[in-house]
Design a protein around this ligand. Structure first.
Ligand code: NAP
Ligand code: GLV
Length: 309
């Protein structure tokens, strides 16, 4: 019974000693070349997997993503018996909380306008509403969306959140399912996207959705680039339907040189850095997952393979 690790050498340097001390009975094979017996591979920790993973390693039980998302996996190619796990660590939650706070406050206080004015050496003030008059809506109320709502509550924003299933939220209105999406959007001045990328959410940030927001709404997007229709985004920014946006993820990534988003005055762009996993925390999480699996206990971060998140 072994753990096959397929990720960066920097992460391996931290993971190998930690996992060997946490799970001494389970060998840690770093990379495909290290595999001595394909049939012994039961656990795979990786970001992406080779296409022929299940042919090569017929006895895999757990596929553990080294990131928060699992959309990089081809679920259709995974054998039924393989369980998929996403990474949940304190650092990911704390970093998303900071990023969303940064983005919402930046849009709330008109930062893109002032950055443009600074470049033009223009000294001009604009009035902004108080936070308690600004309505912020978060799409996706999982580990990260809830952390974001919690942080935004400190500023007094009028908060709401949209998820698949209904939730009782403290200090925020909940909207659930496609049927309530229009009502959620109609009352959202700044929209935050923290959805997972699934067949249902791919392309969800499109012209139809933007049109349902109040005119001049803001967008903070730190889900996945493929949630977003870039043409519709530029169009909505051009007409003023969207006021300004902060994007951590783009479609495609990296954003090609010359893409209009690089220089758009109403766009603040970061290169998919809202979070990063702490390697030591990740190794601890991986050990917890394997121990829970071996003990037949509930596995943290277990993904519903039908929903794909
Ligand atoms: P999670 O705990 O699995 O939560 C997902 C949330 O999205 C849940 O509230 C779920 O609703 C909702 N949802 C899923 N499909 C939906 C649909 N079709 N309609 C309405 N709501 C839907 O995920 P998480 O840990 O919070 O992470 C969310 C995503 O953030 C990740 O998948 C990844 O794409 C992104 N992310 C980005 C970065 C970055 O650096 N930019 C870093 C980490 C993660 P229910 O609660 O009703 O199931
Ligand atoms: C980053 O986007 C992750 O999924 O960890």
């Amino acid at each position: 019974m072994t753990l096959l690790y397929l990720s960066s050498p920097a992460r391996a340097r931290i993971w190998q000693p930690m996992l060997q001390s946490a799970l001494p009975e389970i060998p840690f094979w770093d990379g495909l070349e290290a595999v001595e017996d394909p049939a012994a591979v039961r656990f795979v920790a990786c970001w992406t997997i080779p296409d022929d993973l299940s042919d090569r390693f017929p006895n895999i039980e757990l596929l553990i993503s080294v990131g928060a998302g699992v959309d990089q996996f081809d679920f259709d190619a995974l054998p039924e018996g393989v369980q998929v796990v996403r990474m949940i660590t304190r650092r990911i939650g704390e970093m998303i909380r900071d990023y969303v706070t940064l983005g919402v406050l930046a849009l709330h206080r008109d930062l893109p306008t002032y950055l443009g004015q600074q470049r033009a050496a223009e000294w001009r003030a604009h009035t902004v509403p108080l936070a308690r008059r600004r309505r912020v809506g978060v799409m996706g109320l999982g580990q990260l969306g809830l952390a974001a709502l919690d942080a935004l509550g400190n500023f007094g924003f009028q908060l709401s959140g949209w998820s698949r299933s209904t939730k009782a939220l403290d200090g925020a209105k909940n909207y659930a399912g496609m049927a309530q999406l229009p009502d959620f959007l109609a009352q959202t001045d700044i929209l935050v996207c923290l959805l997972p990328l699934t067949p249902e959410t791919r392309g969800i940030l499109n012209a139809d959705l933007f049109d349902q927001l109040p005119e001049g709404a803001g967008l903070v997007h730190c889900g996945r680039g493929e949630h977003l229709d870039p043409g519709a985004l530029l169009e909505a920014l051009g007409t003023g339907q969207l006021g300004s946006v902060m994007l951590d993820v783009t479609n495609p990534e990296p954003l090609p040189p010359g893409d209009p988003l690089w220089s758009h005055p109403n766009v603040i762009l970061t290169p998919h850095v809202a979070t990063e996993t702490d390697f030591a925390e990740g190794a601890e999480f991986c050990a917890r997952v394997i121990r829970a699996h071996l003990a037949g206990a509930a596995i943290p971060g277990l993904v519903d393979k039908k929903r794909r998140y």
